[in-house]
Ligand binder design. Structure first.
Ligand SMILES: *Cc1c(COP(=O)(O)O)cnc(C)c1O
Length: 427
């Protein structure tokens, strides 16, 4: 499938049925797989043969969908996980262990920020956060001898900053470590981070890839470009024998293309079991089949809503990288020429109270913590996710009390704008 264009891969990638086989991907609802001899099965355990033995590690339905996402990103190997959180944890923990260090953009999803700064810190993995807008010198200064990975988001949730992927990739590579990019908001339809130097891509498939608010999930994809053996001292897990897997050295046995994902499946999925169910993978695939069509509409609606808001007297400020005045407009033109996403954030002049009235008057946009759904939804962080903070603390954190994050769905943009207009009139 790799020779086809994005649109074709969205629809048909990952699974090619033979004659008489199901047209739609089969849901292999089985925890286990039978073998004729113990010897046959033993080969699977030794990673001498490929095949399925237990769905905690691998399942055919999940693998079809992982293969589609891998093709969309232009990678060499990929896997699904139970959630986006699991995908980011696996991506980092597959190459970092106690005593290591990560450099991360500070503008990332709150759940990932917590994962890295609190939970992974308890595992002895340190982090230095850098502004996504830092200079090359500031970025360089964040590295330590024990740094093992650099992390960032193409379009950050919820700040909507756009990452200069090439700048982060150059810094990572000059220190002999990979760049991991969470590409959830852009999706491969709007940006393929591997083309700009990223080495590993992660997704919360819960968002646009699923797109219908149906199933929580995640994915990891390897570009197959990072040369682990060239930095073997930094990555002993990939470059020295794994005693828990009969002394296999992943980078030797599976090469650049396969080492990262094979290790991640064989060790992390085996031990943590954050697997996606075949049923969820099936729903995810339904979403992927229309991803290219939906992303264009999400972007069209996001752009129209952002332009309307930017011209409205009740609105103090709009963040959307598709607006020419936006701080990230130039980076978006470079990395996201087809559009960014449907999420727009804006600040109402009347602060928290105005945001509350505005949101209560909306008829189409539901108040939810979700984003990237077919149905428009919105959130006022000050009265929900950031509720414990004072107005002064909120302003300092870059989340003013009157901030509304709106995820534009697939409805008519005229109807969305009408809805916003009438709700703003009530403020
Ligand atoms: C939602 C989200 C996550 C976490 O994904 P879950 O599927 O909710 O675990 C990670 N990264 C980004 C950018 C997200 O938007």
């Amino acid at each position: 499938m790799s020779d086809y264009r994005m649109e074709t891969t969205c629809v048909q990638g990952g699974y090619t049925p033979g004659s008489g086989e199901p047209r739609q991907i089969p849901i292999v609802q089985s925890t286990t797989f039978k073998y004729a001899t113990s010897e046959d099965m033993g080969k699977l355990f030794d990673l001498e043969a490929s095949g399925y033995f237990y769905s905690r590690l691998q399942n055919p339905t999940c693998d079809y969908v992982a293969a589609k996402i891998t093709a969309l990103e232009g990678g060499t190997a990929g896997m699904l996980t139970s959630s986006g959180q699991a995908a980011n944890f696996f991506a980092l923990f597959n190459i970092c262990s106690c005593g290591d260090h990560i450099v991360s953009s500070s503008s990332i999803y709150g759940g990932t920020f917590n994962l890295i700064s609190v939970t992974m810190a308890k595992m002895g993995i340190a982090v230095t956060f850098v502004s996504p807008d830092c200079t090359a010198e500031e970025l360089d200064a964040a590295f330590r001898p024990n740094t093992r990975a650099v992390f960032g988001e193409t379009i950050a949730n919820p700040a909507l900053t756009v990452l200069d992927i090439e700048k982060f990739a150059a810094a990572a590579h000059s220190h002999g470590v990979p760049l991991i990019i969470d590409n959830t908001f852009a999706t491969p339809v709007n940006c393929r981070p591997f083309e700009w130097g990223a080495d590993i891509v992660t997704h919360s498939t819960t968002k646009y890839m699923d797109g219908h608010g149906a199933a929580v999930g995640g994915a990891l994809v390897d570009s197959g470009k990072f040369d682990w053996m060239a930095h073997a001292d930094k990555f002993p897990g990939l470059c020295t024998p794994d005693e828990s897997y009969h002394g296999i050295t992943y980078a030797e046995k599976f090469g650049l293309e396969g080492a990262f994902i094979t290790k991640c499946t064989a060790q992390l999925m085996r031990d943590f079991g954050c697997t996606q169910s075949p049923q969820s993978a099936f729903y995810l695939n339904l979403g992927l089949e229309s991803l290219h069509v939906r992303m264009a509409r999400h972007c069209e609606n996001g752009q129209a809503v952002a332009e309307f808001l930017a011209a409205h007297p009740e609105v103090e400020r709009v963040s959307y990288c598709g607006l020419p005045g936006d701080k990230y407009y130039a980076l978006a033109q470079k990395y996201l020429p087809k559009g960014s996403c449907g999420v727009v954030s804006f600040e109402l002049k009347g602060g928290r109270e105005a945001a509350g009235i505005f949101m209560s008057k909306l008829k189409l946009a539901a108040i939810e913590t979700h984003v990237a759904d077919a149905r428009t939804c919105c959130l006022n962080p000050a009265s929900s996710t950031h509720r414990q903070m004072t107005d002064e603390q909120l302003a300092a954190a870059g989340v003013p009390a009157g901030l509304v994050r709106m995820s534009c769905g697939l409805e008519s943009k005229e109807d969305l704008i009408e809805d916003i207009r009438q709700a703003l009139e009530a403020v």
